[in-house]
Ligand binder design. Structure first.
Ligand code: FAD
Length: 331
């Protein structure tokens, strides 16, 4: 492998039903910053069916070139067609780096692609930056989140990483930016398609994804039980907020995993984050510490959550939730 043949920072643009996901824009924004430092280019890989009209918007968000693969085989995500398409792009165009969102989809796609092209993958990165010698530094939690490990890919290309949603910043759309849109044809090997999507069943709820919510009311073991969550629901309704939780409450079955904040849940950055009865374990804090304003309620004044809170209240979470809800309902 001649490393110098590999060039450009490539970003996989995740879209669902034609809607580009925030994580893809965050990756593009960071790729733009890195490329400017390295004097390199950013390539967005947009895969799907009838998605070409989205390409221009990716140039405004930081891409120098958008590689569009528009094919019926890519209408819905299944592993094999997407893997084949990306591997063909890698083999023909030789990217230096390639980033994918660490979403459910990206966590399926990334390892498959990296294994097939014979390179490594730094999974679940929380930071990507350039080192002193121009090397790509990919940082991810290790040892249960107690250490942050910085990984450098020395001997293989592309250097691949999946990156958690919500940890990087998208750039504002700049419509004056110019770039190329390239339609790229993939020769699929349909004999290898072993999975057929028969039906998509949508979750029957109107909940907003917690990564998109502006206000989160989050509960931990300290709110106790089902009644505790019902009280949080009532508070969330008065604030037009979403409910989220620590892993302890997800593991106890009070709320779904899609509502878990933290290292093995989601990274959130709302304007306001309430932490009710959450101790503030490092794995939880990793997912919420960048919230604009953090209000924590805990009966233990030494709870670590107070170290990241802007406003800390020592007291019984259930009582405070109740009083706050009553007060807000009167307003
Ligand atoms: P506890 O730590 O039990 O804290 C409960 C808190 O409630 C205490 O501080 C207590 O003082 C307070 N309290 C009790 N009663 C009241 C009351 N009436 N009023 C007010 N306060 C009260 N955790 C996550 O949250 N997200 C993750 O993504 C995650 N990933 C992990 C990954 C790994 C590899 C590992 C090893 C752990 C992970 N964890 C994660 C678990 C994490 O280490 C903690 O165990 C978990 O966050 C604790 O949840 P908690 O704060 O709700 O419970």
């Amino acid at each position: 492998m001649k490393l110098e043949e590999y060039k450009g920072i490539y970003v996989f643009i995740e879209q669902r039903e034609g809607i580009i996901q925030n994580v893809a824009l965050e990756l593009l924004g960071q790729a733009r910053k890195l490329a400017d430092e390295l004097n390199d280019k950013v390539y967005a890989m947009l895969l799907g069916h009838q998605i070409t009209d989205q390409a221009q918007s990716l140039i405004a968000r930081g891409a120098d070139e958008v590689i569009v693969v528009d094919a019926p085989e890519l209408k819905e995500y299944t592993t094999e067609p997407y893997t084949q398409a990306i591997c063909q792009i890698i083999n023909e165009r030789k990217p230096e780096s390639l980033f994918i969102g660490a979403t459910t989809l990206g966590r399926d796609l990334g390892p498959r692609v990296s294994a097939r092209v014979g390179t490594g993958l730094t999974a679940d990165c929380t930071k990507i930056e350039i080192g002193e010698n121009g090397e790509m530094l990919m940082t991810r939690p290790a040892f249960g989140g107690n250490l942050m490990a910085t990984i450098v890919c020395k001997n293989h290309r592309p250097q691949m990483g999946t990156v958690r949603p919500g940890v990087l910043f998208a750039m504002d759309a700049d419509e004056s930016r110019t770039g190329a849109i390239v339609n790229y044809e993939v020769k699929f090997n349909a004999a290898k398609f072993r999975v057929k999507l028969l039906e998509t069943v949508k979750e029957d709820n109107n909940l907003i994804d917690i990564t998109e919510a502006r206000i989160l009311v989050s509960g931990g073991r300290g709110i106790g039980n089902k009644e505790g969550f019902e009280a949080m629901d009532a508070l969330a309704n008065t604030l037009n907020a979403e409910v989220s939780a620590s892993r302890a409450m997800v593991d106890a079955g009070y709320i779904g995993h899609d509502r878990q904040v933290g290292q093995t849940g989601k990274t959130v950055r709302p304007d306001l984050y309430f932490a009710f009865g959450i101790s503030g374990a490092i794995q939880h804090v990793a997912g919420m510490e960048d919230s604009d304003l953090i209000i924590a309620v805990n009966k233990d004044k030494h709870a670590p959550i107070f170290q990241v809170a802007d406003l800390g209240i020592v007291g019984d979470a259930k009582q405070i939730i109740k009083k706050l809800t009553e007060r807000l309902e009167k307003q």
